[in-house]
Design a protein around this ligand. Structure first.
Ligand code: SAM
Length: 851
C-alpha cells in the first residue's frame, strides 16, 4: 500500500527518495492516501472531549497503524490521536457516512490482514507446540494479563505470547481438543464487554514446523539437506497434529488429492512464502536508499518479488524415492515393526506402522522393509527404545540406484532399479561382539536369500551396518560403517570405500553414491531440476561455475560440458570423494571439488579464482578515471554500475541466448598470459581429480599466499585448510580473465546458506548471476533478503541484541542486512517450483538472481 503513489525510483533523486518515503509514511493515511489534515473534522469531537479515542467516530487510519500493525500503541499523535488504530475503531459512523463495503473499507481490511501476518512473522512460534490461535486483545493488554484472563476462564493449559505494541496475542495449546475448548470459552466470555476476536494461527504454525523440516529424520540424516521426510518418521505439517491413523497419512499427507491439485496447492504455498521476500526487503531497505525497482513492480504481480513461473511436475509420481529410512519400533498392536512413525516422538508418539500404501515408496523398498521386519521377530537383540534410549536395532535405510534410461529404453519406473544398498543402523552399546556378529551373519543371510527368492529376484548390492550411539536416529556422516561380508563376494574386493557404493544415473552420467552422501531422492525429477538450473545460469565455455554444497557433484558434473570450469564445495568428505570418483568415471576433467564448509572456504576460493572484491573495486575505480574510449568492447564496467547502464555484449551463449554482460574490468595487458594459465589450471584440475580431498586442501593452500580479503574476514578466519592468500595482483587478474562469466549455483541444506557465504557471494562484484536451489523456501527467503536488499554506505555493526533470539529467520536476515558491506544487491529475476516430492507438502524452489 505504501508505495501506491510513489514514483518509480529512477525518477527520484536518490538522496531524497528515502526521505520522501518517510514523509509519506508519516503523513499519509494508509488506507486512503489522505494526509491527516484531510481527516474529517468531526472525527475528533468526542475524542477531544473525552481525551481518548472514540471507537465509533474515526474514519481515517493512523499512519502509525500501518507500520506497526493493528492497534499499535504510542503513535506520535499521542493518546488523543484522531485516527483509527484498529478496525474496530473504524466502524461506520452512526449516520452511515462511512460505508463498510467501500473501497476504503476493503483497503483497510487488507492492511489489517497484512499487519496480522507480519505480526505473526515477527513472533517466533514455538515449533514444537501444536495448535495456536491468534487473539485480538483490548488495548493495553499485556501477555500476563492475557494469561491471567485465560486462567480465569479455566484455561490453564495454554501458553500466551503478545507482540510488543500489538493488540494481538498468540495462544498455544497442547492438543486440538484443548484448542477447541478454549476457543469456545473465549468466544463466550467477552472481556470488558468486548468479544475477543479469534483467528486460527494454526496454518502458519504448521508452515513454521514445515520450514524447520523433518525433526529427527530427514534433515540430519540427509546431512541437513532435502526433505527426506516421507521415507522416515513423520514430520513437518504431516506430523503436527497428534498421531495419524496410518503410515500413509503420516508420510504422504497429500496422497488423497489428485496430482494436479497437489501441484496447485504447492504452487500457492510457494507464492505465499515468496511474497515475504518483497515485504522484508522493503522493510530492510535503508531509509536513505530508494526502494529497488523490483519492489515497486511487485505490486503488479501480487506482491511477488518476481514472476513465479509455475511448478514443474515430477516425471514419476509413485515409488519415486530412491532412499527410504524405515524406523524400527512397535506397532499400536505391540508388534515389532519396520516402517514409519505415526507422529513425532516429541508428541509422545512412538508407534511404527508398516509402509502400506505409501505411494512415494517403491515396491522394492517395501519388500526389504518387510524382510527386515520378519528377521526381527526372531532376533535375540532388542529394538531401540526411544523413551529409555537403549536397545540395538534402530533403523533400516534402503537406497536404490537406477541404471540409465537408455539401458532399459524407459523413461521411468521401478524396472530401472538395478542396485540396492541396505544400511542397518544399530547401537552396539553393551552388546557382546560375538552375539552381534552372529546376528549380522543371520541378517545378511536372510536378506540375501529373501532378495533371491523374489520373483523376479531383487537387486541387492551392498549391506552395511551403521553403529550409531546418539539419541535420535540422525547419525553424523562419519559414524562408523561396517560392511557385511559374504554379499556378492567379488564385489567386496578392493579398498574399503569401494565396497559400499551403488550407482545411479542423471543426464546419462553415472554417479557413484556412498552410504552417507546426499543424493536427490527423486532422481528423474532431479534431472529436470539441474537442467533448469543450468538453463537459468546462462552457461558458456567462458563460465566459471561455483557449485556450492555440491554433494556428490551432480550439478557441476551434469553441467560441466557447458562451462569452462566447475568448482564444487562440499563439507561431507565421502560425498567429495564420490564427486572425484564421479568426475573420473565420466571422464570429466574440468571440475575441482573442495572439501570444507562453504562458509570456511568460499572467501578464499573466490579470491583464488577471481581476485579479492577490493581489488575489483579498486580496479573499477581506477578504470573510471580512464577515458571511456579506452574500453574494450568485451569489457563492461563493474561492479558499481547497475544493470541498467552496463555495456551489454550481444554474444550468444550455448543456449542461443544473449550472453550475460561480461563483468571483468581488468588491465587487458595482464591477460596476455591467459592461455598459459589456463593450461596450468587444467593440469591442476587433472591432478586434483585424482587426489584425495585433503590433498585438494593442501594444493589450494599452496597456491595461496599473500593478502586476505577483509570483506570476507569471517570466511578466511577459520579452521579451514584454506587461507585466502594471493601472490600478486597480476596473477589474480590473469586468473580472473580466464572466465568472463562467473556463476554460482547454490543448493544448500534446509537451514540455507551460512551468512558468511551470502556475504562472500554478495560482496564479490564478479558474481553477477546466482541460481538458488532450495528445499526450504523459508531459508531461501531469508538468504534472498540479504542478497537483494540495498545497503547503504553506513552499515551498522552487529549488535549483540538478545532480542534476536526470538526473531524469525526473515527478521534475523533483515538485521544482518544492516551490517552487510555496501555492495550491489542482486535482483530476483525468475522463480520456479519443482516438485521432487509428490504426495508430500515439500517442494523444491529454484530462483535466479542477477545484478
Ligand atoms: C541439498 S544437498 C545438495 C547436494 C547436491 N547439490 C545435489 O543436488 O545432490 C546439500 C549438500 O550440502 C552439504 N552441506 C551442508 N552444509 C554445508 C556447508 N556448510 N558447507 C558445504 N556443504 C554443506 C550437504 O552435505 C549436502 O551434500
Amino acid at each position: 500500500m505504501e508505495d501506491d503513489k510513489a514514483p518509480p525510483p529512477q525518477q527520484q533523486q536518490p538522496e531524497l527518495a528515502g526521505e520522501k518515503r518517510k514523509r509519506e509514511e508519516d503523513s499519509t493515511d494508509a488506507s486512503t492516501g489522505d494526509a491527516p489534515s484531510a481527516a474529517p473534522a468531526a472525527s475528533g469531537e468526542d475524542a477531544v472531549a473525552s481525551g481518548s479515542r472514540h471507537p465509533m467516530w474515526k474514519t481515517s487510519l493512523c499512519s502509525y497503524f500501518r507500520r506497526r500493525g493493528a492497534g499499535a500503541e504510542g503513535c506520535s499523535h499521542g493518546e488523543s490521536c484522531r485516527y483509527a488504530h484498529t478496525e474496530e475503531e473504524l466502524r461506520p459512523r452512526p449516520d452511515g457516512t462511512w460505508d463498510p463495503t467501500s473501497e476504503r473499507a476493503k483497503k483497510l481490511r487488507k492492511v489489517t490482514a497484512e499487519a496480522q501476518e507480519e505480526a505473526e512473522e515477527e513472533v517466533t512460534l514455538d515449533e514444537q507446540s501444536l495448535d495456536k490461535c491468534l487473539v485480538g486483545l483490548p488495548r493495553g493488554w499485556t501477555a500476563d494479563r492475557l494469561k491471567g484472563f485465560l486462567k480465569d476462564q479455566g484455561i490453564s493449559y495454554a501458553t500466551a505470547k503478545k507482540k510488543k505494541g500489538m493488540t494481538v496475542g498468540f495462544v498455544t495449546f497442547e492438543s486440538v481438543e484443548q484448542l477447541t475448548h478454549a476457543v469456545q470459552v473465549l468466544k463466550e466470555n467477552p472481556s470488558g464487554g468486548k468479544e475477543i476476536k479469534i483467528a486460527d494461527a494454526n496454518r502458519r504454525s504448521n508452515q513454521k514446523v514445515h520450514a524447520g523440516g523433518p525433526a529427527d529424520n530427514g534433515t540430519a540424516k540427509e546431512n541437513g539437506s532435502s526433505p527426506a521426510t516421507p521415507a522416515g518418521e513423520a514430520s513437518g505439517p504431516e506430523a503436527v497434529a497428534s498421531s495419524k491413523k496410518s503410515a500413509r497419512d503420516a508420510v504422504t499427507p497429500l496422497a488423497h488429492m489428485s496430482y494436479n491439485d497437489q501441484l496447485e496447492h504447492k504452487k500457492h504455498s510457494m507464492a505465499q512464502i515468496l511474497k515475504r521476500l518483497t515485504r522484508n526487503a522493503r522493510k530492510a531497505c535503508p531509509p536513505a536508499i530508494p526502494l529497488p525497482n523490483w519492489i515497486y513492480k511487485s505490486k503488479e504481480i501480487g506482491g511477488l518479488p518476481c514472476k513465479l513461473e509455475g511448478i514443474m511436475e515430477s516425471p514419476i509420481v509413485n515409488g519415486y524415492r530412491n532412499k527410504c529410512e524405515f524406523s524400527v519400533g512397535y506397532s499400536l498392536e505391540g508388534k515389532k515393526t519396520v516402517g514409519f512413525m505415526l507422529g513425532n516422538f516429541r508428541e509422545g508418539v512412538t508407534a511404527v506402522e508398516e509402509p502400506v500404501n505409501c505411494p512415494n515408496v517403491s515396491e522394492i523398498s517395501c519388500t526389504f522393509a518387510q524382510m527386515f521386519q520378519d528377521f526381527l521377530q526372531s532376533s535375540n537383540l532388542p529394538l531401540w527404545n526411544r523413551v529409555d534410549n537403549c536397545g540395538f536395532w534402530r533403523q533400516l535405510t534402503v537406497r536404490e540406484g537406477r541404471c540409465s534410461a537408455e539401458a532399459v529404453g524407459l523413461q521411468n519406473g521401478e524396472s530401472q532399479i538395478s542396485e540396492v544398498m541396505l544400511i542397518v543402523q544399530v547401537c552396539s552399546t553393551d552388546v557382546d561382539e560375538a552375539v552381534m556378529k552372529e546376528e549380522f551373519d543371520k541378517l545378511s543371510a536372510a536378506l540375501i536369500q529373501g532378495a533371491a527368492m523374489c520373483s523376479p529376484p531383487l537387486p541387492l548390492t551392498i549391506i552395511v551396518v551403521q553403529d550409531h550411539k546418539g539419541i535420535s536416529n540422525a547419525a553424523s556422516p562419519d559414524c562408523p560403517l561396517i560392511p557385511l561380508l559374504g554379499l556378492k563376494g567379488d564385489k567386496l574386493e578392493g579398498e574399503a570405500e569401494d565396497k559400499t557404493r551403488i550407482h545411479d544415473h542423471i543426464s546419462n552420467l553415472k554417479f557413484s553414491i556412498s552410504p552417507t552422501a546426499f543424493f536427490q531422492v527423486n532422481t528423474l525429477a532431479a534431472e529436470r531440476l539441474y537442467t533448469l538450473a543450468g538453463d537459468w545460469a546462462n552457461l558458456n565455455s567462458d563460465t566459471l561455475l561455483f557449485d556450492v554444497c555440491c554433494g556428490t557433484g551432480t550439478i557441476g558434473l551434469t553441467l560441466a560440458h557447458r562451462v569452462g570450469m566447475v568448482v564444487g564445495i562440499e563439507m561431507n568428505e565421502s560425498a567429495v570423494s564420490d564427486a572425484h570418483r564421479n568426475a573420473l568415471i565420466n571422464d570429466i576433467k574440468n571440475c575441482r571439488f573442495v572439501c570444507g564448509k562453504a562458509e570456511d572456504v568460499i572467501g578464499s576460493l573466490l579470491t583464488e579464482y577471481l581476485g579479492s572484491p577490493q581489488q575489483h573495486i579498486a580496479a573499477s575505480e581506477s578504470n573510471s578515471l580512464i577515458n571511456d574510449t579506452s574500453k574494450n568492447e568485451d569489457t563492461i564496467d563493474c561492479p558499481e554500475n547497475n544493470g541498467e547502464n552496463m555495456n551489454i555484449s550481444t554474444e550468444k551463449n550455448d543456449n542461443g541466448e544473449t550472453e550475460q554482460p561480461r563483468d571483468i574490468s581488468v588491465n587487458l595487458s595482464i591477460c596476455a598470459g591467459d592461455e598459459e594459465r589456463k593450461g596450468d589450471l587444467v593440469d591442476q584440475v587433472d591432478k586434483e581429480v585424482n587426489s584425495s580431498p585433503n590433498e585438494h586442501n593442501e594444493a589450494a593452500s599452496e597456491q595461496n599466499c599473500g593478502e586476505e580479503s577483509s570483506l570476507n574476514d569471517e570466511s578466511t578466519d577459520t579452521t579451514s585448510a584454506y587461507s585466502s592468500s594471493i601472490p600478486n595482483n597480476n596473477v589474480l587478474a590473469a586468473s580472473a580473465c580466464q572466465f568472463k562469466n562467473v556463476v554460482a549455483i547454490v543448493d544448500p541444506p534446509r537451514v540455507g546458506l551460512h551468512p558468511t557465504v551470502i556475504k562472500a557471494l554478495r560482496t564479490h562484484p564478479l558474481i553477477r548471476r546466482l541460481v538458488y536451489i532450495s528445499c526450504n523456501p523459508d531459508s531461501l527467503v531469508a538468504n534472498a533478503i540479504e542478497l537483494c536488499t540495498p545497503t547503504s554506505e553506513n552499515q551498522e555493526k552487529n549488535k549483540g541484541n538478545r532480542g534476536w533470539r526470538s526473531m524469525s529467520a526473515a527478521g534475523l536476515a533483515r538485521q544482518r542486512t544492516k551490517s552487510m558491506p555496501n555492495s550491489e544487491p542482486f535482483i530476483p529475476k525468475r522463480a520456479m517450483a519443482v516438485d521432487l516430492f509428490p504426495h508430500t507438502s515439500h517442494c523444491e524452489m529454484v530462483m535466479l538472481f542477477e545484478r
